[in-house]
Design a protein around this ligand. Sequence first.
Ligand code: ADP
Ligand code: ASP
Ligand code: MG
Length: 401
Amino acid sequence: MLIVQKYGGTSVGSIERIQAVAKRVEKAVMRGDRVVVVVSAMSGETNKLIDMATQVSKTPAAREMDMLLSSGERVTCALTAIALKELGLEAVALTGRQAGIVTDSTHTKARIEEIPSEPVTKHINEGKIVVVAGFQGATRNGEVTTLGRGGSDLTAVAIAGAIKADLCEIYTDVDGVYTTDPRVEEKARKLDRVSYDEMLELASLGAKVLQNRSVELAKKLQVKVVTRSSFNENEGTLITSEEECMEKPIVSGIALDKNQARCSLIGVADRPGIAAEIFETLASMAINVDMIVQTVGQDGKTNMDFTVPSTELEQAKRALGGFGEATGKQGFDDQVCKVSIVGVGMKSHSGVAARMFSSLAKENINILMISTSEIKISVVIARKYGELAVRILHAAYELDK
Ligand code: ADP
Ligand code: ASP
Ligand code: MG
């Protein structure tokens, strides 16, 4: 088999862990598999680098941030290749650029435009284990870019798609995808299988076990993904098409996203084009707007509420600052979070939302915003109640059973 194995931060968090990764790769090679390894930076490293940059400047340039952040993955990539060679295996370390990952120029969250298979396959054909630095690529002009937080998952899926790998294994510090974050609810259960669509919602809504864009790409390219632990031999979770998932539970999982802030515009001029102006401005600054609620207009004025990642709140404030009168009074709340329930079975069941709202009401948790899709319901609540809400809902939908 041709396998891509991606190892996350804790899996390469120390020299001993890197040596353990090399051993695991060796095992696959002994089985007769051809392996491409994708590695993250050592756990905590990317945060440390961000912290250093913000000590130097409150608004570090995105281009230079990419130069800085991509270094973390270079270190583990080189060390992993060195560890493999030490075991007597043939290995070659490649940066994202050397692996052929071409991106657009949206620094710090670049999108992959193209990956030719040749830069990786030529080494595989020479019998080498290819080790690729995750999370990074380069523009056509050779500018270094990064793919957004958690982006090594995306590197792994993209390479698996490009070289038509049989399997993409995402190794992390938990046994797979659980009904909710096992660090928040110890009764969380590991799922054997989860559909691309459910996983995409869970990931987009805050379950960082897989980066959302990696799931999106896996679905598009039909890459078979398994998440599992690098600390044991347990079976992981298969992410696959809905048809291959036997069970269609009403609620499969619960996600908590604490990286949320609410922007409120009170008394916005109620005229055609105003929403376009506001959200085009935010989009031009690559700010990810999520939930949007507009209330019924009155006396030529209306109210608009929306959420952005809290890490992008300062940018959003700056963007909205340019509007003056037209957007009325502006308010911001960075002490909120989003709790979501996800399940394909929701499509055909009623009363799912009502149970969610009444469970939260029983604990006196006030709902600030609501949004729904076919397979998910999300609420924005005060951040301090985030974990409590997850546990309440986990019990309410009997996910521990
Ligand atoms: P890595 O560094 O290996 O990429 P991450 O920290 O990005 O690992 O993702 C793994 C973490 O995701 C777990 O430690 C867990 O706390 C968290 N997590 C959140 N939601 C879930 C979920 N539904 N199932 C499993 N893990 C989850
Ligand atoms: N090191 C990067 C991050 O912490 C990418 C990754 O780990 O996937 O976001
Ligand atoms: Mg991750």
